[in-house]
Design a protein around this ligand. Structure first.
Ligand code: IVH
Length: 718
């Protein structure tokens, strides 16, 4: 209590920061440091806070304001440097011990056959060797990970970005299908599955929403997500949610030898598992079960959007492993898109972050599969003209014009598309669409390079559309993911004259500029003290960023998330990455060769990377940004593995596993696998028939071993 009164007294006789003398400021910074550090200890270590969140925030803010006015008086133990900012309202974050993956998609029978062939090829199985799959409905809800320790539910976390989700334990405990205690369960057991809402419950909930004057939910999936992500678990409890278990994460003991056994075991432990799961012994059986599930779709009572196939044998699943975000051993076979007909009111051009001019159809709103659609992508100028990228006719060459009646479809969550036009309803006075050859935003010429299906604005970073889209990408979920700074806020800040964000570095000077600014953020419409402080805290928290996220966030053409991961893993640190690109020359030299030696990096991506670091405006932007950041080096591969950090080249025929499996295996043990031999190669694994690569290795003095030796090295049973 006395501590609390101290704090109140402290803020009670506040002199406005502008009026403080240097001496007063120094004294006050000392007092604030003492009280805030004490408050942190009380909160974190003693679990006995003596300040409310609002009081604590007010003191922290005053400390920051004084420091902004007298930067040289900032203390070495300044509370601004303690990242122990309290968890804010909202959900706590949970790091998934094992990443939560998504699934690759198949859209037709052909895709499924291709998937199965790929699995066989990876495993080196003959066409007629037995290979079983499970097939089960793909539930349209949201995924949840439940961790049990000693049979007791300890955490429930949403998927989030796959690495970090939200802690919704209190809410999950209110779901009837989720057991609180398990008997005879492994000591540690993480069960994964889908939270969903049944159709009848959804309809009743929406009636209640409307009766209360609240907005109805668009579909059961949104209703389930909205209900699970309630800060007040009592609200979740009042919403009828269900849960199907279909997968698992960390385990202290295996659940079975096959997918079927493991799921049966989860059923025995008390989880709901889907009754339509079936073991299939061939592609034909998989497709037959898909058709059966599709026929029953309307009568199931809950939404499903496809069928998931999984390799049944868990040892094979383990061998197949994962690509960057999806397993090699499973795929989602989606149901066909739903279709609707409507009028195309207008064609608008959007300019993306790489300058691409993308035509968007503005449609008379129409419901497609339960969602109202008023925009659809038109891809590019050839698509509008009725041609594919090679100039061959699509839609029998029918072009798309303003005023046309069009067929719109949605496949899964993707943006609606236009499949066809109805010429019989075309207005008599309609004219072919004239695709612009100048950027509609900045007026610069828009050109189409040879072989590119896309026309691009040549305005670069001076084009406001490109700059703003680059920023939106920068803050997006898999990039910097700054809470409270999404696409909407970026647009607002981009157009703000007093407190603008025009390039990434501006994000990290926002707080400092705000403190010096008369038009403070907290006084703006839509903002308040809490939301402004929250934003600054979220930005501060992101000054520390993993290398892969940073590389992805830069938005360099051709460098997606998977490539950013490859680059981060290869270079390890920002310094090494930057040094290579700075010294690289296009098309030749050791740095260029190093880039190309990274498996998955080709000439097109390498050229985009080098250009981004050599083009003065874009380089300056990167330099201005990184000085605000602390870049976390890419995780170094497990150092206890004998091949960790080594660069390996496979050549010739391997007898015990396919080249693809050998590569995946080596990478999972922390090795880099390269396609070509150079001075940087540590090891060449040569099977029968090895030719020029083995020869080059011998010339360069690189160690060459046979498959048998390789298997012994990695501890695999031949
Ligand atoms: S298996 C490693 N099985 O679909 C793969 N996922 O599009 C683990 N989903 O994130 C997922 N029903 O949320 C699996 N029967 C099912 C599923 C299912 C729905 C969801 C899941 C996943 C998403 C991928």
């Amino acid at each position: 209590m006395t501590q609390r009164r101290d704090a109140q007294r402290q803020s009670g006789r506040e002199i406005p920061v502008e009026a403080l003398t240097r001496d007063q400021a120094r004294d006050e910074l000392a007092r604030l440091a003492e009280i805030l550090n004490r408050a942190n200890r009380a909160y974190y270590q003693d679990d006995a806070p003596f300040l409310t969140d609002a009081e604590y925030d007010a003191l922290r803010r005053r400390n920051a304001l004084i420091e902004a006015r007298f930067p040289d008086l900032k203390r070495p133990d300044s509370p601004s440097d303690q990242i122990g900012a309290r968890p804010r309202e909202g959900f706590a974050k949970v790091r998934h011990e094992q990443r939560m993956m998504s699934l690759g998609n198949a859209f037709d029978d052909e895709d499924v056959r291709h998937f199965v062939d790929g699995v066989r090829r990876f495993l080196g199985l003959a066409d007629d060797a037995p290979l079983d799959f499970t097939a089960e409905p793909k539930i349209d809800g949201l995924s949840l990970a439940l961790r049990y320790e000693g049979g007791r539910l300890v955490t429930a976390a949403t998927r989030g970005d796959g690495e970090v989700g939200e802690d919704v334990t209190a809410n999950a405990r209110t779901i009837g299908d989720i057991p609180e205690y398990l008997e005879n369960a492994p000591e540690i057991l993480e069960v994964r599955g889908e939270v969903y809402m049944r159709h009848n419950d959804f309809a009743a909930l929406n009636e209640r929403q409307q009766a209360r004057g609240d907005k109805p939910f668009a579909n059961p999936r949104n209703a389930a997500a909205g209900s699970l992500r309630q800060l007040d678990a009592a609200v979740t409890a009042s919403r009828p949610l269900h849960f199907f278990a279909y997968a698992w994460g960390v385990l202290s003991a295996p659940l079975g030898k096959t997918q079927m056994q493991a799921i049966a075991r989860l059923g025995e432990l008390g989880f709901s598992v889907n009754p339509l799961m079936k073991l299939c012994r061939s592609v034909d059986e998989m497709l037959a079960h898909y058709n059966e599930i599709e026929e029953r779709r309307a009568t199931l009572g809950y939404d499903i959007d496809g069928v998931v196939y999984k390799v049944n044998d868990l040892a094979l699943q383990e061998r197949l492993g994962f690509r960057s975000t999806t397993p090699r051993w499973a795929i989602a076979h989606k149901f066909p898109a739903e279709i609707a007909h409507t009028r195309l009111l207008d064609i608008e051009i959007q300019v993306g972050r790489t300058g691409a001019l993308s035509p968007v159809a503005r449609l008379q709103p129409v419901t497609v599969g339960g969602v109202v659609v008023s925009n659809a992508t038109l891809h590019n100028e050839d698509y509008i003209k009725g041609r594919d990228s090679k100039g061959n006719p699509i839609r029998n060459g029918r072009d798309i014009r303003k005023g046309d009646w069009v067929e719109v479809y949605r496949a899964g969550d993707v943006i609606p598309k236009i499949r066809d036009v109805d010429l019989s309803k075309r207005p008599a006075d309609s004219k072919p669409y004239d695709f612009p050859d100048h950027c509609p935003v900045c007026g610069a010429e828009a050109v189409r390079e040879e072989g590119d299906s896309v026309r691009r604005c040549t305005g670069g970073l001076s084009c406001p559309a490109q700059a703003v889209e680059k920023l939106k990408h920068f803050v997006s979920r898999n990039a910097f993911d700054i809470e409270g700074l999404g696409a909407k806020q970026i647009e607002m800040f981009f157009d703000d004259d007093l407190l603008p964000i025009r390039e990434p570095a501006d994000i990290f000077t926002l707080e400092e500029r705000d403190h010096k600014n008369i038009a403070k953020l907290k006084n703006r419409e839509g903002w308040g003290e809490t939301s402004a402080d929250k934003l600054f805290a979220a930005i501060r928290a992101r000054r520390k960023i993993p290398l892969a996220r940073l590389i992805y966030a830069l938005g360099i053409r051709h460098v997606g998330e998977a490539s950013a991961n490859l680059l981060a893993r290869h270079f390890g640190t920002w310094e090494a990455f930057e040094r290579c690109l700075t010294n690289a020359t296009l098309g030749e030299g050791p740095e260029w060769d190093e880039l190309l030696s990274i498996d998955g990096v080709g000439e097109v991506m390498a050229a985009a990377l080098v250009t981004a670091f050599h083009q003065p405006a874009s380089r300056a932007l990167i330099d201005r940004l990184v000085q605000h950041l602390e870049i976390i080096p890419a995780e170094q591969p497990a150092s206890d593995s004998p091949v960790a950090g080594k660069t390996i080249v496979f050549t010739g025929t391997l007898e015990h596993m396919t080249r693809a499996e050998a590569k995946a295996r080596a990478e999972s043990m922390g090795a880099r696998v390269s396609g070509s031999v150079s001075k940087k190669t540590d090891l060449v694994v040569a099977g029968p028939g090895a030719g020029s690569k083995a020869k080059k290795a011998a010339e360069l003095g690189v160690k060459v071993i046979g498959e048998q030796e390789w298997l012994e090295l990695i501890g695999a049973k031949p």
